[in-house]
Design a protein around this ligand. Structure first.
Ligand code: FAD
Ligand code: EPU
Length: 339
């Protein structure tokens, strides 16, 4: 197994931050992962599992070993009249799994089209978009326990999914290498088109009867018009989570800001507020700060205009948090994993 030293991660994170890893290794099978961790050679080093690098901000060089997940493959493990159970290895590109499902007319993940990154990271924050989350189709995952070097099976409940949350971001942080995920997809799909602009986009596309394919196409169209393409402008999607605030606080804020948008929250008696709106109201939208800024079409997306360091983007994020707190009394928390 090739261990690289002092490896630039610039092409391995969608922010395009030129951070360096002390050591770097690529894993291409469960067996090679197990033999790598069995050696215990790098036991004393800090470890970071890297997927597509689309939800990470390197604020400094990584003084340890980066393990790049490259385990590929998609297989059907079970099917009946109505459903198919699909297992995807962690290194599979998420959107390729979506396209595979779309090509077979299997419903469930079409609303999650074009989310960057790899399947192994999808459970990390329970990826979500356009009214669907991974948890809606998730059955189980296999993960390597980095301490015992044994493979463990996690079912739905074990993963403790929440809005952009899972057990892997919380109490089991940095303890597992996710090897594969298994999803249950519908052979006779029902559709979820009520969210955002899907319905109107389908109308523009002159689609009368939605299909898995047309919904996927609509989502791709909406996303491409809103979100900057990381290949052209470094970013990691939404930098912050949409905050949930108690209903009473929302009522108070609405007295001062009658246009404050809100959605149903996940916690009891809470409402979700779009962080993009709060950030825009604070005057950040489209603002360029050195090599960084908040995107001109989507205030929630922080961007790298070229040579930004992770620290510069982190500093911008801190300033945004402070101004939103000062104006609205709401504290934004990063969605992006800070390293
Ligand atoms: P990485 O960034 O490589 O890693 C993310 C975290 O997971 C890190 O902490 C890493 O250590 C850990 N990790 C990665 N792989 C494994 C593994 N196999 N085992 C254990 N830990 C692992 N997200 C959404 O939810 N919805 C969206 O609509 C969305 N839109 C986006 C749009 C753009 C333009 C971009 C750039 C990002 C967007 N994201 C969105 C965020 C991102 O695409 C997802 O979070 C994605 O799942 C990250 O996958 P990755 O492979 O790039 O993970
Ligand atoms: N808004 C503004 N100004 C902005 C941006 C947004 O006022 O600059 C307000 C508008 O009121 C708009 C609302 O925010 O109606 C919602 O905006 P949008 O539909 O773009 O969605 P979002 O809440 O900003 C969330 C996810 C995205 C996901 C989309 C679609 C989070 C943190 N982000 O964004 O996920 O793709 O919904 O479902 O939940 C990601 O996680 O990286 C990500 C891109």
């Amino acid at each position: 197994m090739l261990i690289e030293e002092d490896k630039s991660l610039k092409l391995l994170n969608t922010f395009g931050i030129n951070a360096f890893a002390k050591y770097f290794v690529e894993i291409d099978s469960s067996d090679s992962a197990q033999s790598f961790f069995a050696e215990r050679k790098f036991n004393s080093e800090k470890r970071l599992i890297l997927g597509g690098g689309s939800n990470i901000l390197f604020t400094q060089n990584f003084d340890g070993i980066v393990i790049k997940n490259n385990i590929l493959g998609i297989e059907i493990i079970k099917e009946d009249e109505e459903y198919v159970w699909v297992k995807a290895s962690a290194g599979t590109i998420w959107h390729q799994l979506v396209l595979y499902a779309v090509a077979n007319n299997w419903g469930g993940i079409e609303n999650l089209s074009l989310i960057p990154g790899l399947c192994g990271a999808a459970p990390m924050q329970n990826i979500g978009a356009y009214g669907v989350e991974l948890k809606d189709v998730f059955i189980s995952l296999e993960a390597l326990n980095l301490e015992s070097n044994q493979i463990q099976l996690f079912d739905h409940a074990d993963c403790e999914f929440g809005y952009r949350e899972s057990v892997f971001k919380n109490k089991s942080k940095n303890q597992f290498l996710i090897l594969s995920i298994t999803l249950k997809l519908h052979k006779k799909p029902t559709y979820n088109i009520s969210y955002g602009a899907i319905e109107t986009t389908l109308e523009h596309m002159k689609i009368m009867e939605p299909t898995v394919k047309s919904i996927s196409d609509a989502v791709i169209q909406i996303r491409s018009s809103k979100l900057p393409n990381p290949a052209e402008l470094g970013n990691a999607g939404s930098f912050f989570k949409n905050p949930e605030i108690p209903k009473e606080q929302h009522e108070q804020l609405q007295l001062q800001y009658p246009l404050l948008p809100s959605y149903k929250g996940t916690a009891f008696n809470h409402l979700k507020i779009p962080a993009g709106w709060l950030i825009e109201q604070c005057g950040w939208k489209g603002k360029v700060v050195g090599n960084t800024g908040s995107h001109k079409f989507q205030a929630l997306v922080l961007v790298n205009y070229g040579n930004a360091t992770g620290d510069e983007i982190f500093k911008l994020a801190q300033d945004i948090i402070a101004s939103v707190k000062e104006k609205f009394g709401v504290v934004l928390t990063p969605e992006v994993n800070l390293v």
